[in-house]
Design a protein around this ligand. Structure first.
Ligand code: 4AD
Ligand code: MG
Length: 477
């Protein structure tokens, strides 16, 4: 008999009479009802055991977590909670799970507990739903860019340039940490290291993506990036995945349009393809919300929130406009912000971003034209000589989900900026070359994949939307 996965079976049950299914036991009730799940869907399949005619030894091994192969007839279920069930004809214990030791029990475990069991958490309803949505979202991202003729470029993970300045880096070295070679200045001599220079894990593929955009036109990267900041928050990872499109002959307005279209496409895609998993998570969140006091409940459910983003325009305002709104806001006047907004030029804190998105506009916001002082060297200088063509997209409950800009394509301006910031020009010779030969106005952005998955699944901690999170003091598994 053909092994059928549950997603296929439950999708078109009329096609099947007798079937073989394989999966793991979620629960076993009354020596009779197995809830089996094989990871292909959030739904379990009930398998009814004829316990009077089943070997006692087998029954004892049907425990939560055990792997089973079951064959039998598919019938309509008389019980409530499911429409179908299997009348078990044969049952085989493929892999036992000793109930005295198997840590995932059929009850609600906390996410903190499950993080310590990250090797087993894919066997829970919530994590399997999150990981399936993550998978479909990443496919949607490729589909979006491929349909538009963008070329997928694999930018390097190990980088010899540390000029991006997006964050602290992790060093890559094969030198003996106890006894590194020392140069005449008394510093570690990286000339003797593997690459003959100091190297790090990349914080972003942007600079390399720019080089390919200046030949292929429209490109994107989608890969892991690394930041060694000590940010122990529910929004930061030390290893996260980033999508970075880069377009030649493209100015900031087109960049904003593309980023908005892109996010809407990816979310719409999962609304269509992941309806069961999203409904499951929507329900899970709704149950959690019910336990909160009324005034702390979220006004929108998960599906409502996703639909809201897909079908409403993002608000676009300049940094200067945002500062005016914040200065005149109630929490600022009453000094309720930890950082009171006083003057133009200050970096926005997440409390300010949240105010704009969640209180003032109640919608995703694209903030653009930031002060040059708080943004990277490569962003295009505006005529005012004070602001740059930067843009960030801020999302409700998430904060910054996208950071991007139009890039400085004028060699003199770029060289001036590099000098002002004291960046080593030697490191960037190839980046500057792009401005010497056939330079074009070009733009791009980076979307933090896990932040999108957070939004799409309604999870509250970024550690729960990546299979094995890397955070300060934690690289288990
Ligand atoms: O704003 P960032 O630092 O921008 C860049 O790296 C640019 N080079 C992108 C570009 O223009 N091509 O990072 C981009 C996005 C952020 O908006 C955020 O969503 C995510 O990456 N991000 C993180 N996600 C998880 N953990 C972290 N530590 C993150 N740091 C940034
Ligand atoms: Mg940023």
């Amino acid at each position: 008999m053909r092994h059928i996965r549950l997603a296929e079976l439950l999708d078109q049950p009329e096609k099947f009479e007798t079937v073989t299914v394989k999966g793991w036991v979620r629960t076993f009730r009354a020596n009779r009802f197995i809830a089996l799940n094989d990871g292909s869907t959030s739904e379990n399949l009930q398998c009814v055991v004829d316990f009077e005619n089943t070997d006692e030894k087998i029954l004892r091994k049907i425990n939560t977590g055990a792997a089973l192969e079951i064959s039998g007839k598919l019938v309509e279920s008389a019980g409530k909670g499911q429409s179908l069930e299997i009348v078990v004809a044969t049952i085989q214990i493929v892999g036992e799970a000793d109930p005295d030791f198997y840590p995932i029990q059929p009850k609600k475990h906390s996410f903190e507990f499950l993080r310590e069991k990250a090797h087993l958490r894919a066997r829970t309803a919530t994590f399997s739903a999150v990981m399936r949505i993550r998978s479909v979202l990443s496919f949607a991202i490729h589909q979006f860019f491929q349909d538009k003729g963008f070329c997928y470029v694999h930018t390097p993970i190990i980088t010899g340039s540390n000029a991006e300045g997006a964050g602290e880096m992790f060093r890559v070295s094969v030198l003996d940490p106890k006894n590194p070679p020392i140069d005449t200045d008394g510093k570690v001599d990286f000339k003797q290291d593997f690459f003959g220079k100091e190297t790090n894990l990349t914080v972003s593929g942007q600079l390399e993506a720019e080089t390919y955009a200046q030949g292929l036109g429209n490109v994107y990267t989608f890969g892991p990036t690394f930041r060694a900041e000590n940010s122990n928050t529910s929004r930061h990872l030390a290893e996260f995945w980033m999508i970075e499109p880069e377009m030649a002959f493209c100015e900031l307005e087109d960049n904003m349009d593309l980023s908005e279209e892109f996010i809407k496409y990816a979310l719409k895609y999962i609304l269509e393809k992941c309806d069961k998993d999203l409904s499951f998570l929507d329900q899970r969140l709704a149950n959690d919300e019910k336990k909160k006091p009324k005034n702390q409940r979220s006004p929108m459910g998960l599906l409502e929130k996703i639909n809201f983003v897909v079908y409403n325009e993002f608000k676009r305002i300049t940094y200067t406009e945002a500062i005016d709104i914040l200065k005149n806001s109630k929490p600022n006047k009453k000094k309720k912000f930890d950082y009171v907004v006083e003057e133009w030029g200050a970096d926005l804190q997440s409390e300010h971003e949240r105010y704009l998105v969640e209180k003032h506009f109640d919608a995703p916001v694209i903030l653009y034209d930031y002060p040059a002082k708080i943004k990277a060297f490569y962003m295009r200088m505006n005529e005012d000589q004070k602001t740059v063509r930067a843009m960030d997209i801020l999302f409700p409950g998430i904060g910054e989900i996208v950071g991007g800009s139009q890039r400085e394509e004028r060699i003199e301006v770029l060289e001036r900026r590099i000098a002002e910031l004291g960046i080593d020009k030697e490191d960037l010779w190839w980046y500057l070359d792009l401005r010497r030969f056939g330079s074009t106005p070009h733009s791009g952005f980076g979307l933090g994949f896990e932040r999108l998955v957070l939004f799409a699944t309604g999870m509250s901690n970024i550690r729960d939307v990546i299979p094995f999170p890397r955070t300060p003091q934690n690289a288990s598994f």
